[in-house]
Design a binder for this molecule. Structure first.
Ligand SMILES: Nc1ncnc2c1ncn2[C@@H]1O[C@H](COP(=O)(O)OP(=O)(O)OP(=O)(O)O)[C@@H](O)[C@H]1O
Length: 224
């Protein structure tokens, strides 16, 4: 379960403020986040992932209070238990697609790249049409292919929670559906929670719930 309570957040040197009195995501819940540009959707994902830290309030992931942890612990938790598909993919240019997919193993405490991990990386890549491209660097992949590498990386550790920031944004309609199918199938299989920012309104019926940031920010009640 993800639980946010009495959260306030501001960037230094910015007027932007995010206040979230209460937000709860149940285990296995699939939730879409929609809303105008600049309203704080990416910021919410960063707060849940522990990339950003609130000025006050708490972010809990299961029995762990992410917002109270130090940098190194948050990084390790993120690599081991949270899959994040970043809006700009955040792939490492000096690594191949395969190495990028396996990268969380290098960060998560106690994780080791073994044959099972390598096989899983290949299976994930095959399931989204990346076979034959695993030894290429990101610069030699299309935007859509890079996005799929980022998706595979988010799923490699079988995380409890997947945060997807516009994970279908650069894809053609057929790939969009294929990627969403993969995201839903893998998160359901693992009982993982999915929180996905999207501008694709036609995809919304597939989610259990939609949070609209046009009305969400600073409102009084946000519980599920
Ligand atoms: N590092 C930063 N420093 C200062 N302000 C920031 C920073 N990152 C984002 N902001 C500001 O915070 C606000 C929320 O940004 P955020 O990226 O969360 O919005 P968003 O809803 O995800 O937008 P989009 O749909 O365009 O991706 C914006 O006004 C943005 O300019």
């Amino acid at each position: 379960m993800i639980a946010i309570n009495d959260l306030t957040f501001a960037y230094p040197d910015s007027d932007f403020r995010l206040n979230i009195p209460s937000l709860v995501l149940e285990p296995g819940e699939k939730v879409a986040v929609v809303g105008p540009s600049g309203t704080g959707k990416t910021t919410l994902l960063n707060l849940i992932a522990g990339i950003a830290v609130p000025q006050s309030g708490t972010v809990r992931l299961g029995d762990v209070t992410v917002s109270n942890m130090g940098d190194a612990d948050r990084r390790s938790l993120r690599a081991g238990r949270i899959g994040f598909v970043f809006q700009d993919f955040a792939l490492l240019e000096y690594l191949t697609a395969r190495e990028n997919i396996l990268f969380p193993y290098r960060i998560a405490a106690g994780a080791k790249i073994d044959d099972a991990a390598r096989t899983r990386a290949v299976q994930l890549a095959q399931s989204c049409g990346l076979e034959g491209k695993l030894d290429r660097r990101p610069g030699a992949l299309s935007q859509g292919e890079q996005q799929r590498v980022a998706l595979c990386r988010s799923l490699i550790m079988k995380p409890d929670l997947v945060l997807a920031d516009e994970a279908t944004g650069n894809l053609d309609p057929a790939n969009k559906v294929a990627i969403l199918d993969l995201l839903f199938a893998r998160t359901s299989e693992q009982g993982a929670t999915l929180l996905a920012v999207t501008h694709d309104h036609e995809l919304l019926p597939r989610f259990d719930r939609v949070i609209d940031f046009a009305t969400f920010r600073d409102a009084g009640e946000h519980a599920a």
